[in-house]
Ligand binder design. Structure first.
Ligand code: IVH
Length: 683
């Protein structure tokens, strides 16, 4: 009897504890989402990044221990990690229309006349900025984000829910209680200019083609397979259109204001005006001010506020008659092309840059413009001394779009593209598929060597923060370092002789270099700067091959088997290891004690038992959390995919796996296994 009582008591205590954990998880989730909202929607953070990370870590830890409490709207979902092989095509509940475009005040007056004629009464316009990104439709049920679909062809779009969830300004769960049970809200996903600049800087560092503009970058990012990369790209989202049965108001502006209270990012630049003159004022204001925004806008959208009036105006086949877009004129000026200089990047890529007679454009003085490559110069046929037209369009860097040939000097001649490196004199090469010329002298061409060293010591690689660009230049110019391996041979007395370096900075520098010997393999692999190998790819390769020799000996086919590695990247790895000079640098670095294999700790639990197999994880598990299970798949060489297809090797089914998934797996003949079956596979 006593025993039974004890058992009941301990069961009760267990239940009690679980309830508390559930409550704690809920509390943490609420706090974290509030901080996300403060930071990403209100732009008013109240805690430090460090404190925020602590909260998130705590939540993730609890969810791992108690996966039964992990919810689809948990802020931990924003970290990403799920892979979508193919995005599902989904039909829009109501078509995603586009807007008619206008380009002048006269066009807008015509629009206003048509509105006046139909309505015969007072009306209000809402003016908004036209955000330059990718349109998205978000569906919420009972306050929870359930689906995110791209515009597609307007009728059908792609389901990008997993990726959209990583965008911190998109609420996963709504605030308050007065939202409709089910509704759709549409808006624009965009990449803020600063994020775009950083992304391109990073791409330049690893020798990747630069993104043309933030819109392309946002579109490309949203369709990436790996949501963990999407999460790192810091996309953002403004919402501007809401559809549903039981919206709180009968007008657009008021509903958007309500949506703002539910946690959506609704622009403060939205303005209600009482007539077309108000619209003109709004346009004139933003035509100038748009240069100071943190994101790109290519115009203004004008909408009739009242839903009743919207209904009266109706739609054409393609667009509403109650709304219209006004496109800003691209700002363009004429100036003189004074000279062309050629820059050499870390990877040896040559970029021609135009020096212009300084001219005011969109609020800034423009002195230089990129000419990109030889083809562009040829196509534009720009010549030194020409009067050229410079534009600031979607791109942030101004570009030359044409030449005023009527002003051309009689003696001008076509630009003869350089044949030799302006820095080291080596003959340039250009392969068929590349737009740029390259200087092949990667081992001795000064900007290439210095650039490679800067990359090597960078924060995300060897993290030698006592070694900046200036010191690198000093060391290189003094002949003390020719390769990154030479850094590890630096002596105190040599450094002291350099001048400008006090003993303390010399000690700091040497300590930093010494400490870098402990930096883990994946970061060393990123640091050595193989073309096309960014941080994420370096990590993938490190875990897949485990040490540098295995990577070095890999064939093209083997490299292509690693998830997300394409032909270009694979070939670049092969080329890297075929060059005996780079191999020598690696050998030197090895002899200095840098990490060229995964550590014991990293190796525990890793194998290649699941090579070539792909898994879909579904449901709740008892021995692993979902994240742990996915990690175990990756560490053993397998691949996680988001949805079941004919190519999926296994579905690991936990409790509560959806019946739809079950049916699909059976239909496609994909094997369904349990958590225990999986454990046996990796044991
Ligand atoms: S309203 C039925 N508002 O412009 C009305 N659209 O050609 C739906 N856009 O596909 C659109 N900013 O991607 C609206 N403030 C804004 C907008 C906006 C950008 C985009 C949107 C749409 C396209 C219209």
């Amino acid at each position: 009897m006593e025993n039974k009582n004890n058992l009941t008591l301990s069961l009760f205590a267990d239940e009690q504890m679980k309830k508390e954990i559930e409550k704690k998880i809920e509390e943490l989730s609420g706090q974290i989402e509030q901080h996300n909202y403060n930071y990403y929607v209100l732009a008013k953070p109240v805690i430090s990044d460090f404190e925020f990370d602590k909260l998130l870590e705590e939540l993730i830890k609890l969810e791992k221990e108690y996966p039964e409490f992990l919810k689809s709207d948990s802020p931990s979902q924003r970290v990403g990690g799920q892979i979508t092989k193919e995005f599902k095509t989904v039909k829009h509940k109501s078509p995603m229309l586009s807007l008619g475009n206008t380009y002048s005040e006269a066009d807008l007056t015509d629009f206003d006349d048509r509105v006046k004629k139909t309505l015969h009464t007072e009306y209000e316009y809402v003016c908004e900025l036209k955000y330059d990104g990718v349109a998205i439709g978000l569906t919420y049920k009972n306050g929870i984000l359930v689906q995110a679909i791209t515009r597609g062809d307007g009728e059908k779009g792609d389901d990008v829910t997993t990726n959209a969830k990583t965008i911190k300004s998109i609420p996963l769960k709504l605030h308050g209680h007065d939202y409709p049970n089910e509704f759709e809200i549409r808006g624009e996903i965009f990449m803020p200019r600063k994020v775009f600049d950083e992304l391109n800087k990073e791409r330049e560092e690893i020798g990747e083609q630069l993104m043309a503009n933030p819109r392309n970058a946002a579109a490309g990012t949203l369709k990436m397979q790996d949501s963990a990369i999407v999460a790192k790209r810091n996309l953002d989202c403004f919402l501007y259109f809401i559809l549903g049965e039981d919206l709180p108001f009968q007008s657009h502006y008021e509903n958007l204001k309500a949506a703002k209270k539910w946690g959506f990012k609704i622009s403060d630049h939205m303005k209600k005006v009482s007539d077309i003159n108000g619209v003109f004022n709004y346009i004139n204001h933003w035509d100038l001010e748009r240069n100071n925004l943190a994101f790109d806008t290519d115009g203004v959208v004008i909408k009739i506020n009242s839903y009743d009036q919207q209904k009266m105006l109706g739609f054409t086949a393609k667009s509403p008659r109650w709304a219209i877009a006004y496109k800003f004129k691209t700002q363009r000026v004429a100036t003189i092309l004074e000279s062309i200089v050629y820059q050499v990047g870390r990877t040896g890529a040559i970029t021609p840059v135009a020096n212009l007679k300084p001219v005011l454009l969109a609020g800034t003085t423009v002195k230089r413009a990129s000419l990109h490559n030889a083809d562009i110069i040829e196509k534009l046929d720009v010549r030194i001394g020409d009067t050229v037209f410079v534009e600031k369009g979607g791109e942030i860097i101004p570009k030359i779009v044409g030449v005023d040939e009527s002003k051309r000097h009689a003696h001008s001649y076509k630009v003869i593209y350089i044949t030799h490196c302006p820095e080291c004199g080596t003959e340039l090469i250009r392969s068929e598929e590349e737009a740029n010329h390259y200087c092949p002298n990667s081992l001795a061409c000064p900007p290439q060597v210095k650039g490679k060293m800067e990359h090597f010591v960078g924060r995300r690689a060897m993290d030698i923060d006592s070694l900046g660009a200036e010191t690198i230049a000093q060391l290189f110019d003094a002949g003390l370092v020719k390769t990154v391996a030479d850094l590890y041979e630096l002596k105190k007395e040599d450094l002291l002789k350099l001048g400008r370096m006090a003993e303390k900075s010399v000690n700091n520098l040497l300590e930093g270099i010494e400490a870098s010997k402990k930096v883990t393999f994946e970061r060393v692999l990123y640091g050595i700067g193989i073309r096309h190998i960014g941080e994420t790819t370096a990590k993938k390769l490190a875990y897949y091959f485990k040490n540098i020799d295995a990577l070095k000996n890999a064939t093209l086919e083997q490299l292509l088997e690693v998830g997300d590695i394409g032909e270009t990247t694979a070939q670049s790895i092969i080329d890297y290891f075929t060059d005996k000079h780079t191999v020598k640098i690696i050998e030197d670095l090895k002899s200095h004690g840098l990490q060229f294999e995964l550590s014991e700790e990293q190796l525990i639990n890793t194998s290649d038992k699941l090579n070539g197999l792909s898994f879909v994880v579904s449901g709740v598990f008892s021995k692993f959390s979902r994240d742990e299970l996915k990690k175990a798949i990756e560490q053993n060489g397998g691949k996680n995919v988001g949805s079941i297809s004919g190519k999926t090797s296994f579905v690991i089914a936990g409790e509560n796996m959806g019946p739809e998934k079950h049916k699909k797996a059976e239909k496609l003949g994909v094997k369904i296994i349990s958590e225990d079956d999986f454990i046996k596979m990796i044991e």
